[in-house]
Write a protein that binds this ligand. Structure first.
Ligand SMILES: NC(=O)c1ccc[n+]([C@@H]2O[C@H](COP(=O)([O-])OP(=O)(O)OC[C@H]3O[C@@H](n4cnc5c(N)ncnc54)[C@H](OP(=O)(O)O)[C@@H]3O)[C@@H](O)[C@H]2O)c1
Length: 429
């Protein structure tokens, strides 16, 4: 059969590995698809840059717009990243009848609707497995394998950089700053780590996961986001003492009445017995709870050139097969049209450490204040005496609004010298 021509936009960490795999696996890919794939052009920003893979000079171009509009191109793979020019190029490719594979979580979470609409109008495919959790097959299971089920919750570690940092803090007692520095030295964190440590990267992925899980349109702006920069070695030690570990979680959960969902990214304590607690170093894992399937766990490498390229290649094979069969993969599914509820309505639990005056009646006053806000206490223990006295409280489930109001009132109590740490507790309900 005549070859399917592939245009690659971007030849960096991921793009160079896509080229390597297209070359090394050419025969197998052709057999699996039923036609060979031919790399027909590679758009980059700097022509003269040294690359991790050899690219024939006549394939390289800085004119991505012309490349995606070329009549002979069948499949466009976008691994440039960011919003523009990626959006314009993808839309242009789809408008020109191409199928598109992208790893661009930021764009999908900001303006996925525009991309889906262009795919619909151009009757082409839009596949994006690599955009969430790198190599881990996760979006296709949500989009296809679980299409007959009812997903209730998705709970995951979807950012390897923050997991590496928190894991180092947990295993060595390091501070956030020291653990971040080590992650940067080892190449797990960027020189500017903001997108990772402030939770922006995980929030984009949470938006994509929620949209697929709940068949609704979700953008990054719907995601409640908190990063890990405020987490101290004391928080980590305190969690450890109670049999918990702190992880940055992306949580997408339907409300109890099923009429809305919550989507959030924040650090949380999870029991050491929870399957996500054992996810070490820069690995990712996502726990999916569906009505009939029950609990499912997806685990693996969430980033890196070759792992991410594996997911991209899987998508290339899928869209290539569809083109040959004259069909399309799943389109956008937003029929449920649910919306994200405010963080205050989310039901969660809380671990609180209070520096308190060590005198009679303190516990009763604190307990009374929790009760006033309708927050019931599951466990309480006192640590230290005198000026070092600390009350460590774990609550039962309550709305985030009630928990936040409780913390504000605690700060106003004379007998509370400081609210030393507040952390949500997840994964043990
Ligand atoms: N790296 C990972 O582990 C990973 C994991 C999952 C998903 N992703 C996603 O994959 C995508 C690519 O990431 P990456 O790490 O491979 O990025 P990268 O290493 O920074 O590579 C970006 C590439 O895009 C090219 N480029 C930039 N602006 C361009 C423009 N205006 N026109 C044409 N080419 C342009 C660059 O060209 P030059 O080489 O000439 O500068 C470079 O080759 C992003 O969406 C990212 O979120 C990455």
């Amino acid at each position: 059969m005549k070859p399917l021509k592939v245009a690659l936009l971007g030849c960096g960490v991921v793009g160079s590995q896509v080229i390597r795999l297209l070359d090394e696996q050419a025969a197998d890919l052709a057999a699996r698809i039923g036609a060979p794939l031919e790399l027909a052009g590679v758009a980059v920003r700097r022509l003269g840059r040294k690359r991790d893979v050899e690219v024939a000079p006549d394939l390289l171009t800085t004119d991505a717009e012309t490349l995606v509009a070329r009549d002979d191109i069948d499949i466009v793979v976008e691994v440039i990243g960011g919003i523009e020019p990626a959006r314009t190029l993808i839309v242009s490719a789809l408008n020109n009848g191409k199928s598109v594979v992208t790893a661009n979580k930021a764009l999908l979470a900001e303006d996925g609707a525009t991309l889906y609409e262009a795919a619909r109008a151009g009757n082409g495919d839009l596949y994006f497995e690599a955009s969430v959790a790198g190599a881990i097959p996760l979006l296709r299971p949500l989009r296809e394998s679980l299409a007959g089920d009812h997903v209730k919750r998705v709970l995951g570690i979807v950012n390897g950089t923050t997991n590496y940092i928190l894991d180092k803090m947990d295993t060595t007692g390091a501070s956030f700053t020291d653990a971040l520095e080590e992650a940067q030295t080892l190449g797990y964190a960027e020189a500017d780590p903001t997108a990772d440590v402030e939770g922006f990267d995980a929030a984009a992925k949470a938006a994509i996961l929620a949209s697929l899980a709940f068949h609704s349109r979700v953008t990054a702006a719907d995601v409640h986001r908190e990063g890990i920069t405020e987490i101290t070695a004391t928080d980590v030690a305190s969690a450890k003492a109670m049999g918990y570990v702190i992880k940055l979680l992306a949580i997408c959960a339907r409300s109890d009445d099923g009429r809305s969902f919550g989507v959030r990214v924040h650090p949380a304590m999870i029991p050491r017995t929870h399957p996500l607690a054992g996810v070490r170093e820069a690995y990712n894992a996502v726990f999916v709870e569906a009505e009939s399937a029950g609990q499912l766990m997806f685990y693996g490498k969430g980033a890196g050139g070759a792992p991410t390229a594996s997911a991209v290649l899987g998508d290339i094979v899928a869209v290539a097969r569809n083109r040959i069969a004259g069909t399309r993969g799943p389109a956008e599914s937003t029929y449920a049209d649910l919306s994200a509820h405010p963080m205050g309505e989310t039901v969660t639990r809380c671990h609180v450490a209070l520096d308190v005056a060590d005198k009679p009646g303190v516990l009763a006053t604190v307990a009374d204040l929790f009760a006033k806000h309708d927050v019931s206490i599951q466990t309480v223990r006192q640590e230290g005496h005198g000026d070092d006295a600390q009350l460590v409280i774990v609550t039962h489930r309550a709305t985030d609004a009630a928990l936040t109001a409780t913390m504000e009132s605690l700060r106003e109590l004379d007998i509370v010298r400081a609210v030393a740490s507040v952390m949500r507790v997840e994964g043990d309900d």
